[in-house]
Design a protein around this ligand. Structure first.
Ligand code: A3P
Length: 348
């Protein structure tokens, strides 16, 4: 029996061309324009239009394990933990196989503009290994995950409402949230170093776009609230990046229990050592070495960057701090979501 495709239920609207042109001066990886999606106005590159219905209709299997986050919220850290717990702590394989191959990123190819895709192919066509990386990276996401054996590990930054509506009833989802002020700083550095993105020279300019929801996957609070509202679903585990920082062994135990895995104290310790910031920073398998290999990373900076809670303070002046307080207040007013680093008493 052929499965009926559901109609994509949200409106997809082009971002006004004047604003799009302004943004493309900064987000230099996009050359066509942007869209906003649905009642929350999720912001994406133009290419999202082609993939929206495929993402929404992808076939979810009962043994899939999704990691779902807003970008730069602790995805990689948690992915590696999940993968190890599900794979009998196979540290050897983890160190020798890029995480992107063990845990495919559903929405990656949507982020690569067709012109940049062409450039990637052109620049890497002489080297079979690099060409293979380019092919995998640009494979449409749904096809990519269809090609991996079960149990599948799937990474997505899409908000829950843009993923298959049956996702949580069928598969397990771990969602990681992080203080949006640290997220914006981390996204900024990330975009500067990646040719497929680009960012303004000035962080304040970036902040002003980001807080208005003018960046991929934004608005961040809506993204997080969608997952927070599902936090009690038996197939959802909601954690904060700040919890990982504060008590990694406790989170490892929590994730293990969610996955139905038993772990000894010694194993928890081994996982924590493997996941420690210094080990992780020097671990090529998790540091996006694939994009570096095909020359699509601008600097020598690593994907695992500072790994701190609260380093936004080094970037925000007084005006931005007040804007951030207001941003939190407006967006948390209708929700019982509480960030560990922004207690409710701070709500204006
Ligand atoms: P910073 O840019 O603030 O350093 P994601 O994997 O979702 O893209 O998140 C990346 C962020 O998580 C980066 O934040 C990165 O340094 C941080 N991170 C990754 N691994 C970490 C670890 N083992 N310990 C602490 N932070 C880590």
């Amino acid at each position: 029996m052929v499965k009926q495709r559901k109609e994509f239920p949200h409106k997809i609207e082009d971002v006004d061309s004047k604003l799009a042109e302004e943004l493309m001066k900064h987000y230099t990886g996009e050359l066509t324009g942007f869209v906003r999606v649905g009642p929350k106005g999720y912001f994406f590159p133009h290419k999202y239009k082609e993939c929206a219905a495929d993402f929404y209709n992808m076939l979810v299997k009962p043994d899939d394990i999704f990691i779902n986050t807003f970008p730069r919220s602790g995805t990689t850290w948690t992915q590696e933990m999940i993968w190890l717990l599900q794979n009998n702590l196979d540290f050897e394989k983890a160190k020798n196989t890029p995480l992107a191959l063990r845990y495919p990123f559903l929405d990656f190819s949507m982020l690569v503009h067709p012109e940049l895709e062409k450039q990637m192919f052109e620049e890497n066509k002489q080297d079979e290994e690099k060409l293979n990386i380019v092919k995998i990276a640009n494979m449409p996401g749904v096809e990519k995950v269809e090609n991996v054996p079960s149990p599948r590990f799937i990474k997505s930054h899409l908000p829950l409402s843009l993923l298959p509506p049956t996702l949580l009833d069928k598969a397990k989802v771990v969602y990681v949230a992080r203080d949006p002020r640290d997220v914006v700083v981390s996204v900024y550095h990330f975009c500067k170093m990646h040719k497929i993105h680009g960012a303004p020279d000035n962080f304040k300019t970036f902040w002003n776009y980001f807080r208005k929801g003018l960046h991929y996957y934004a608005p961040i609070f809506e993204h997080v609230k969608e997952a927070w509202n599902e936090r009690n679903h038996p197939n959802m585990l909601f954690i904060f990046y700040e919890e990982l920082q504060e008590n990694l062994p406790a989170v490892v135990r929590k994730v293990a229990s969610f996955l139905g895995k038993k772990v000894t104290n010694e194993q928890v310790q081994q996982i924590c050592d493997h996941l420690s910031f210094n080990n992780f920073k020097n671990n090529k398998a998790v540091n996006h070495s694939l994009l570096k290999k095909i020359n699509f990373v601008n600097t020598d900076q690593t994907f695992i960057r500072k790994g701190k809670v609260g380093s936004w303070r080094e970037y925000f002046d007084e005006e931005m701090e007040l804007q951030a307080d207001e941003w939190f207040s407006i967006n948390l007013r209708d929700s019982d979501l509480v960030y560990p680093t922004f207690p409710t008493k701070c709500i204006l």
